[in-house]
Design a protein around this ligand. Sequence first.
Ligand code: FAD
Length: 422
Amino acid sequence: MTATRHIVVIGAGIVGAASAVELLRDGNRVTIIEPGDPGGEQAASYGNGGWLSPSSVVPNALPGLWRRVPGFLADPLGPLAIRWSYLPRLLPWLARYLSAGSTLARVRATARALRPLVADAPARHQALAEQAGVGELIRRQGLLYVFPTRADFAAESLAWRLRAECGVRWIELDANELRQREPALDRRYRFAVLVEEGGHCLDPGAYVAGLVRHAEAQGAALVRARATGLRIAAGRLRAVATDTGEIAADAAVLAAGAWSAPLARQAGSRIPLETERGYHAVILDPEAAPRTPIMPSDGKMAHTMTAGGLRLAGQVELAGLAAAPNWQRAEILRRHALRTWPALPRDLPASRVRVWMGHRPATPDSLPVIGPARGCGDVMLAFGHGHIGLAAGALTGRLVADLLAGRAPVIDPAPYAPARFA
Ligand SMILES: Cc1cc2nc3c(=O)[nH]c(=O)nc-3n(C[C@H](O)[C@H](O)[C@H](O)COP(=O)(O)OP(=O)(O)OC[C@H]3O[C@@H](n4cnc5c(N)ncnc54)[C@H](O)[C@@H]3O)c2cc1C
């Protein structure tokens, strides 16, 4: 019966695109609604660090974080910044965020719940990308975390203990081994950890666009519109309203990233969703770049060589969906690149740097929302992937298709249930 259903996918970031491909595989009729270009600059999926990281299981909020909140408010350029003007609206979310990271037991449970979403991300994305004819965009050559000294690695022992408990394995590299692997890297880094199972995407925006092109080739319709409402009668979805008219639907996947909460509310689910705004700077034709994507411990940003240049991606800014970007934050990323790759010219011209700001869809407990909406089982919520949405996108698409087909799901979806916020 699923074969005859018409399913509308709202949003063409990685989650919507992967969901569409999986739903088509099940024989559904699929319409994708997206106001921008699929994988375009409006989407978080466009400008991320490209990491397909099986080790991204450690939530940002860890025990003791609350003590640092005054500092986040005082320093608009710190690694996590909160805009004063946004604080009143943010407070309920922030309280839940700090609470979710307040004990080791909670953080451990979050890590355990995240791991199945990302454990085989590189292989899943490779299969999906190959199916869509863009297999060359996925690389599986590991991910490298670099530290000035071994003591700096030891200072992050909680994060690495959580990873080890979840089954993440790594190889430690001394200064010599690191030098051989990454000859262009600044010499202040003398210790590294290589997660061999990691992978990356050379151009996340092009990858998402490729998936949507593939979905169209398989029969999906792409409608350039913004979903504005859900028409639900007697608990069943009848149609998705858009700014260009209504589209009749038997089911819908709500994958509108950081913009998903108002539509989820119409289907009976009140989800505390925030945007963790992030930035990137891309250095075109860099004189030096990593061979393997790198995360420096003193920068906490991805350094990834992408199709468009050396991409520095990171920063967390809590300031809502509407505030203008603070481009000084992208400048922090650019400066870090100059300190990390000595061969880059100090006087890098502005014409060789592209900057971008995007919205990570973030729940307070660092877990995505994947499952049926409270007031209408035909509406499948699929958003809130925060820092790991690219990596987790492929499996999320599969999970969404399993749930809509009524099949045994590929992994246990219980930790992501929207009802946890009821
Ligand atoms: C700086 C930065 C670095 C990151 N690095 C990584 C990384 O290295 N690895 C990783 O795994 N993750 C990373 N992430 C996170 C990842 O990018 C996101 O979690 C992921 O892209 C979210 O995908 P999505 O499809 O849910 O949302 P999005 O990609 O934001 O897509 C949502 C889409 O929905 C559309 N939309 C919005 N409203 C409507 C509407 N009403 N109707 C129809 N469509 C609508 C939007 O136009 C958009 O195209 C990073 C994020 C940032 C910002």
